[in-house]
Design a protein around this ligand. Structure first.
Ligand SMILES: [Zn+2]
Length: 466
């Protein structure tokens, strides 16, 4: 396959370069100046030695070509919670949004991925349905004793790209860790050479806030303001401070997920640990709960309006390493409970993550091209040990890419989503740029006809993938 005359976003380059890209056996075989591999305007492909006569040529004139996005934080819920999402729907939605690799969380499947047997069980099930490539995290939760935790981390490490734990969890099947358990897990993960990902909200800060609110509210029904106030920004900064203290002098294997508080992100970045934020923290704030309600509910919640610009700045500087969707849909009956405190927290965001950052990050000039590429693919690939094969448009890497029409726009319409849940705060947003096609290892997975890949075409990848 030849992609001719594309405006390609190549790693490290300050601006797009007009190139031809030759794809062989799913890999990027050559990147050369436009016209050097084929002159499509001359319609004489035979003159280019390297092009086979019957080879597909995509005339990408006028299109931008990006590395496929990597969404390093999704909850595809299979097996166990498939009323919310499954791998077929979730990975299809990913492909629609330009995502070619997802990394799935261990906590929202049953059994959770806290043993090698559970990982193998999940792999056997989701391998049949994924349409984009995928990797897993292993889980560390409060149900482990010391010995079983060590054994589980050691057994899972070769097959996962990191481990996930919580300081605060609403799940009975995946409980929070104590500070002692966290410290033990961190050391074990570091020894195994895998990042430990933390949901960083401090349980004591949240408990105190909830108690104060409950007392003040009396018998009145909880409001969205109550939900927001129950998970204050101090919960994030306190949890990040505690995690850094427990991780000790070398916190480089610590990664904080879905940060919404700029102060917490700056603290993490200064320590040498890493963090991510999500599109919803960049796009929305607490005032939006009035209009959006349950569609905007996540944990942690979106923050004060002042945080959005600060988060964009930290992302532009690289202090926030990358962006993830934290894709976590839920059906209407779990979202619209009529009670802000019991409504399911989560947004099905894997399809909006790349289009949103493209429009509001790159095109709106909040992010340089190199930082946009890092934030949507390169930095996550490096952090999770898959940059030998994924994360940029480079010779020898997988031909995972997205073709974007920069002149067109995208209306984020829930009716066009493939995920099981379509309850999203991004509904109705108009973004600059439109994804035309998404390719995974040289195969067209999404295009004009919708999802074009067969279920099961997505490949399981592990740390060290190349
Ligand atoms: Zn999550």
């Amino acid at each position: 396959m030849l992609i001719a005359n594309a405006l390609a976003a190549l790693p490290g380059e300050k601006d797009f370069r007009r190139v031809d890209i030759l794809v062989r056996e799913g890999k990027i075989a050559r990147i050369a100046a436009a016209g050097s591999l084929a002159d499509v305007s001359a319609a004489d492909l035979s003159s280019a030695d390297s092009i086979l006569a019957d080879e597909e040529t995509i005339d990408a004139t006028g299109l931008m070509m990006f590395p496929g996005a990597i969404d390093p934080h999704v909850h595809f819920d299979e097996p166990g919670f498939t009323q919310r999402e499954d791998f077929l729907h979730g990975s299809s939605e990913a492909a629609r949004g330009g995502v070619t690799t997802v990394i799935d969380m261990p906590c929202t499947s049953l059994p959770p991925v806290t043993s090698l047997a559970a990982l193998k069980n999940k792999l056997a099930i989701v391998s049949k349905s994924a349409v984009v490539d995928f990797a897993f995290y292993g889980g560390v939760n409060g149900l482990f004793d010391d010995a079983s935790m060590d054994l589980a981390i050691d057994a899972l490490a070769p097959h996962v790209v990191g481990f996930k734990c919580y300081f605060v969890s609403g799940m009975e099947s995946f409980t929070a860790v104590t500070p002692e358990q966290f410290a033990r897990a961190y050391n074990r993960c570091a020894a195994a050479g895998r990042p430990l990902l933390l949901h960083a909200e401090d349980p004591a800060v949240i408990a105190a806030a909830e108690a104060a609110l409950g007392a003040a509210r009396g018998r009145k029904a909880p409001t969205w303001k109550d939900y927001y106030a129950s998970r204050p920004m101090e919960a994030e900064t306190a949890a990040c401070s505690a995690a850094l203290r427990l991780a000790g002098a070398r916190p480089r294997w610590l990664h904080i997920v879905h940060i919404g508080t700029a102060e917490a992100a700056a603290l993490v970045a200064a320590s040498g640990a890493s963090c991510e934020t999500c599109g919803h923290y960049l796009a929305f704030d607490e005032d939006d709960f009035q209009a959006l309600g349950a569609a905007l509910k996540t944990a942690p919640p979106v923050k004060e309006a002042s945080q959005k610009a600060l988060l964009w700045k930290l992302l532009a500087e690289g202090a926030i390493s990358f962006v993830a969707s934290d894709h976590a849909g839920a059906p209407d009956y779990e979202k619209f409970t009529g009670n802000p405190l019991s409504a399911y927290g989560g947004i099905p965001g894997t399809g909006t993550f790349f289009p949103y950052l493209l429009s509001e990050g790159l095109f709106a000039k909040r992010l340089s091209l190199p930082r946009f590429l890092e934030a949507t693919s390169g930095a996550a690939a490096a952090r999770y040990g898959i940059s030998g094969g994924k994360g940029s448009l480079a010779e020898g890497k997988d031909a995972d890419f997205v073709l974007v029409d920069p002149e067109a726009s995208t209306l984020l319409d829930p009716a066009s989503m493939y995920s099981k849940s379509r309850i999203t705060p991004f509904a109705g947003m108009r973004l600059a740029g439109r994804i035309k096609e998404t390719f995974v290892r040289g195969s067209r997975v999404y295009g004009e006809g919708g999802i074009l890949a067969l279920p099961g075409s997505g490949k399981f990848i592990q740390w060290g993938y190349r």
